[in-house]
Design a protein around this ligand. Structure first.
Ligand code: SAH
Ligand code: SF4
Length: 373
């Protein structure tokens, strides 16, 4: 029998698994068992698929199939409970995935911590946010982001994106029925420059793993053609846009992509974006001391987004050794926030999570290579 093109099962949808099982002369329901084993049970080896007959497992192995979960290469635990995972793939590349018990206020909810749920005493959390990478490195080159310093190494496959979730859920012993989990596509990479794999991963996470799309948020630096595609998706996460500056000149300085897709065009596409019931757009705004953080800038933001159903997440810069910017004082962050809230725009300050282990926004850069902890 000829070797299949793909050797990894993870990333395949039910239809594709059906084709494999049919080629192997198996009954159609075997594909569903395979799908459940991969995405619901999170089995990592074909031997664990005990719902399948032994000879089918053998046939799969003989045709070169493996499950294809990433390996946990390193795990850094922050004093605030955040865990940064370094996950390795078959070709030796790796990415970072960040587990935040209690989230950081930037996830799919309204940004305010909910204090009324009971804490799970043994594990210390009942609600968590997982921050996923979509590429190894990033080509977008924002001046304040450590991932940019890596450049783009490669896109992740859909299986590698879903694999990050499965590995961490297993490691944290998450039970989907009991635990409240949010996913944010805000790790390494620009998801909209790996659009097809990213969207395939979303569908598998919804249909296979069982995470509702309403608990997922994707953040983009503003890849306009893909925002239009995303608007037309029947299944999609919520949309966050990294604004980071209130006018073209300033944004072009810190986000060179603005020269290609201007704020003006970005705002046109966002005004056309079809929001669902009760859905809001999110704008991310990294505050850089004395660059984009004064109250005048905040007023410009108000003018820019007035009339949109949106909220703003403010992130004081998470510092990095090679970054030529400073973190603003808390008072300036609060003053910025006040201008927005007084204008009726909900604005939340993201709690920095895991700064001590370089797990916070913009700090993901294979930091084992670059930062000795
Ligand atoms: N590439 C996508 C998603 C990943 S970046 C995007 O840019 O939207 C996730 C968020 O981290 C973005 O909003 C980005 O503006 C922010 N960020 C990047 N570097 C940061 C830093 N050093 N400190 C704080 N936030 C940062
Ligand atoms: Fe890429 Fe986002 Fe970092 Fe910009 S902020 S370099 S788009 S990961």
């Amino acid at each position: 029998m000829s070797q299949p093109q793909h050797t990894e099962l993870l990333g395949l949808c039910l239809q594709e698994l059906s084709e494999i099982s049919e080629r192997l002369g198996e009954a159609p329901y075997r594909a569903r068992q395979l799908f459940d084993g991969l995405y619901r049970q999170r089995w990592s080896e074909l031997e664990q698929f005990t719902t399948l007959p032994r000879d089918l497992r053998q046939k799969l192995r003989d045709s070169g199939w493996t499950v294809g979960l990433p390996r946990i290469e390193k795990k850094f635990v922050s004093s605030d409970g955040t865990v940064r995972y370094l996950l390795g793939f078959a070709d030796g590349q790796s990415v970072e995935t960040v587990w935040m018990p209690e989230g950081d206020g930037g996830e799919a909810g309204d940004g305010s911590p909910s204090g009324d749920e009971e804490l799970d005493c043994q594990r210390g959390w009942h609600r968590a946010t997982l921050c996923l990478s979509s590429q190894v490195g990033c080509a977008v080159d924002c001046a304040f982001c450590m991932t940019a310093l890596l450049g783009l190494r490669r896109n992740l496959t859909a299986g590698e994106i879903v694999g990050q979730v499965l590995v961490v859920l297993a490691d944290q012993r998450v039970e989907m029925e009991r635990d409240r989990l949010n996913l944010v596509f805000m790790g390494q990479g620009e998801p909209f420059l790996n659009y097809d794999n990213f969207m395939r991963a979303v569908r598998l996470l919804v249909e296979g793993v069982g995470i509702p799309e309403s608990r997922m948020t994707v953040s983009t630096s503003g890849i306009l053609p893909r925002i239009a595609d995303f608007a037309a998706e029947p299944i999609r996460p919520k949309l966050a846009v990294s604004l980071n500056a209130p006018n073209e000149a300033l944004r072009a300085q810190i986000m060179p992509i603005t020269k290609k897709w201007t704020i003006e065009k970005l705002m046109v596409s966002l005004r056309e974006f079809p929001l669902r019931n009760r859905e809001r757009l999110t704008f991310e705004y990294v505050l850089l001391a004395d660059v984009n953080d004064n109250v005048g800038h905040a007023r410009e933001v108000v003018d820019l987004i007035r009339g949109l159903r949106a909220k703003v997440n403010l992130i004081a810069l998470n510092p990095g050794p090679e970054l030529p910017f400073a973190t603003p004082e808390q008072e300036r962050v609060l003053a910025f926030q006040r201008v927005l809230t007084q204008a009726g725009i909900p604005a939340f300050i993201r709690r920095p999570r895991g700064r001590d282990i370089y797990a916070a926004c913009g700090q993901l850069k294979h930091s084992t290579e670059l930062v000795q902890l």
